[in-house]
Design a protein around this ligand. Structure first.
Ligand SMILES: CC(C)(COP(=O)(O)OP(=O)(O)OC[C@H]1O[C@@H](n2cnc3c(N)ncnc32)[C@H](O)[C@@H]1OP(=O)(O)O)[C@@H](O)C(=O)NCCC(=O)NCCS
Length: 161
């Protein structure tokens, strides 16, 4: 059974591992930790193992989904939907009026997920996302003469609670 709860300090390292495996340009550990330990973020556990999480932030009565990720072996089992529904319950209890998010144009799985739980498309942000950074495999330095990586547009979506 999947259980949804607030993050404990002890959950952060494993959640960050899941985050890093799903992102070309992951945030730093400390940025992730700060977001995970706020009052809105939630973690999903099955048999006490972390299988996914959702990170939210809030300003006044508006929340933002900063990230949602389910570990690759546990996808397509309804865990992201559970995390979203638990977030709506929590945000409602915290007097939030609406939830916003940005999502890459190419991320069909996430776009379908958001639509299926009631988010509507309200706008676009041009060149919002980095794509993979060119790294020199011997020096680990970004190649000085590498052409600028193309950037990707984002959809902006909103759900009224
Ligand atoms: C997007 C993601 C969180 C979905 O997690 P999940 O637990 O597999 O999703 P669920 O099983 O709860 O699926 C809920 C709905 O999402 C949509 N969906 C999920 N995976 C999908 C896929 N591969 N293709 C198309 N739609 C998909 C469907 O509408 C699905 O509803 P349905 O099962 O009734 O068709 C997961 O694929 C993931 O972690 N991706 C990498 C991280 C990421 O891109 N996060 C979003 C950042 S904006």
């Amino acid at each position: 059974m999947v259980v949804i709860s607030a993050f404990n300090e002890a959950d952060i390292a494993e959640a960050y591992r899941i985050f890093k495996t799903s992102r070309p340009n992951p945030w730093t550990y400390s940025t992730f930790e700060k977001s995970a330990l706020n009052d809105f973020s939630l973690v999903a556990k099955e048999n006490n193992n972390i299988v996914g999480y959702v990170l939210l932030s809030s300003v006044l009565d508006e929340s933002t989904i900063e990230d949602i990720t389910v570990d690759t072996q546990h996808r397509n089992k309804g865990i992201a939907r559970k995390l979203m529904e638990a977030s709506f319950d929590l945000a409602g209890k915290m007097q939030q009026q609406s939830i916003f998010l940005e999502v890459r144009f190419s991320n069909n799985a996430a776009i379908n997920l958001y639509r299926s739980v009631g988010f509507e498309l309200i706008g676009e942000r041009k060149n919002y996302y980095d794509t993979a950074v060119a790294i020199d495999s011997t020096t680990q330095a970004t190649q000085k003469n590498a052409p600028a990586a193309p950037r990707e547009n984002a959809y902006v979506m909103k759900k009224v609670l």
